[in-house]
Write a protein that binds this ligand. Structure first.
Ligand code: PSU
Ligand code: MN
Length: 324
């Protein structure tokens, strides 16, 4: 036992409930992967949402890591959900989409919510979890020059030292502007197995990345160096789908144009934009985008589990330091 308590042992038990399996793995220096829950509640339709959430947990386990899906249930921040917890996130109608700024109000009011990339990274870091998997990050929306709509994911990643595995940013966004913002905000970007920056449903967003890696050990080396350098921001590991698994680019273009028109006509704004467009894709492609979305999430979780395992095997592996 170290003299300084581990992050997981410093969490206020009135607010946090850490699953035993997750707490044990963190205390033993084992591999843990944080998973977000907005994907489950707002990103995927029922009943596929629960099936995918369960599949993701299974694949993380099969690679030797412990899954920690994060959500707020009846006022408590849960780090690691059991079957009942996953079921509640997937099926309850009162689950709100919760970003970092809403967390405190939701907890104080004993509400329930599914955490976005921003909120999940914050909680993962507090608990001492270094690796996090999601589908696609939020970013700068098209028309942001007028709407000012930029996901809180970007600001959160600039101040949260976690490693996030994703398929780039959602292709419904302005990818060029988002990459510029990631640079401004000092968020590290690594291509995994590719020097192309992925576009979520599409394997290639049309942009390249400055740095790419081909092994999970290489990611773990970079994580270790970031720790030594005390880099306060996140590291994005961008993992593109193989081209034969992506959504047909022409179909993608067509569906996106229509979705953006509908969102504007119906005056969909703020945090409703992303769920609206994802739902439009699932309907308009007759489920094809859903198959792609599922593959993205499963692949990212699988890679995140291997990265977490490589990181845990790294001899240094001191518990993360979280400032009080
Ligand atoms: N990626 C997906 N499905 C999702 C999201 C991302 O494949 O539902 C969610 C994530 O939780 C992300 C959020 O943090 O959308 C971004 O929403 P906004 O653009 O409103 O910040
Ligand atoms: Mn937004």
């Amino acid at each position: 036992m170290s003299a300084v308590p581990l992050p997981v042992d410093r969490l206020d038990p009135e607010v946090f409930e850490v699953h035993d399996e997750v707490a044990t793995a963190l205390r033993e220096g084992g591999a843990v992967v944080a998973l977000e829950s907005t994907i489950i509640s707002h990103g995927l339709p029922r009943p596929e949402n629960l099936r995918v959430a369960t599949e993701v947990e299974d694949i993380v386990r099969s690679r030797g890591a412990v899954p920690a899906t994060i959500a707020v249930i009846d006022g408590r921040v849960r780090v690691g959900l059991d079957e009942d917890g996953l079921d509640q996130v997937a099926h309850r109608d009162d689950i709100v989409k919760v970003s970092s700024r809403d967390l405190s109000t939701l907890v104080a009011r004993r509400g329930s919510g599914a955490t976005t990339v921003a909120a999940t990274s914050h909680i993962a870091h507090l608990a001492g979890i270094e690796v996090f998997a999601t589908g696609g990050l939020g970013g700068v929306h098209r028309e942001a020059r007028d709407s000012w709509d930029e996901s809180a994911d970007l600001g959160a990643l600039s101040v949260t030292p976690v490693t996030v595995v994703c398929a780039g940013v959602k292709s419904i966004l302005d990818v060029t502007a988002t990459l510029e913002r990631l640079e401004t905000l000092n968020v590290g970007v690594l291509g995994y197995g590719s020097s192309r920056f992925p576009g979520f449903y599409l394997s290639d967003s049309g942009h390249s990345v400055d740095w790419s890696v081909d092994s999970t050990e290489a990611v773990a080396d970079i994580m270790r160096a970031r720790r030594a350098l005390d880099i306060p921001s996140a590291l994005v590991v961008a993992y593109p789908l193989p081209p034969d698994a992506q959504l047909d680019p022409d179909l993608h273009h067509e569906v996106l144009e229509e979705g953006l028109r509908r969102a504007e006509a119906r005056n969909i704004t703020g945090k409703d934009v992303t769920p609206f467009l994802l739902d439009h894709f699932h309907r308009a492609t007759h489920g094809a985008s859903l198959v792609v979305n599922e593959q993205i999430i499963v692949r990212n979780s699988e890679l995140a589990a291997r990265i977490a395992t490589s990181r845990a095997a790294d001899t240094e592996v001191a518990p993360p330091v979280v400032s009080p």
